[in-house]
Design a protein around this ligand. Sequence first.
Ligand code: ZN
Length: 213
Amino acid sequence: MITESNLQAESAIARDVVPAGDYYLKTVKAGQTFRILDLEGNQAADTLFYNANDIAERYSAMDTIREQGNVYLTAGTQLISNFGHTMLTIVADTCGRHDTLGGACASESNTVRYDLEKRCMHACRDSWMLAIAENETLGLNKRDITHNINFFMNVPVTAEGGLTFEDGISAAGKYVELLAAMDVIVLISNCPQLNNPCNGYNPTPVEVLVWDA
Ligand SMILES: [Zn+2]
């Protein structure tokens, strides 16, 4: 569902450009809103969420899908945790829908799906691992890398239940905006994938903006 935001970029309290292949790791407080802006279009932002006060609580794809009765995420979607709580709500979305079925790229999946030679290509899982290694005080380890959302990624489900990675439906300037219902650790891998169309074969930066309540 296309829903535009009333928030102005000039009033944001933080703005960070995240290059393709890099990560974004920040805590967004309850009541704050943040936006992921697809600067150049067709870019997947692979995102994990944790309760900042109890990292055992994190985003759950299955609880989110079941509670809303739909596999696509868009404006109005409540992102539900493994404890059944609303962590965030998507309050604006100019892309239209986002994926939470496709998972994130890893060197292992690149090797299996594409070629043995792809094993050393940078992948989202590497960025998340680097993020948690460089931020040890959060207490996250690789067992905490679980369900993710692929903002802007197009993974249509066919009538028969088929799943494919398709060319993106996002474009330069499209964004998704989320209101935090609790203090949330936001961990984004700005996807470096080059083997499928999720980034239009040309990974590009995204920008993350945060507003106070
Ligand atoms: Zn990726």
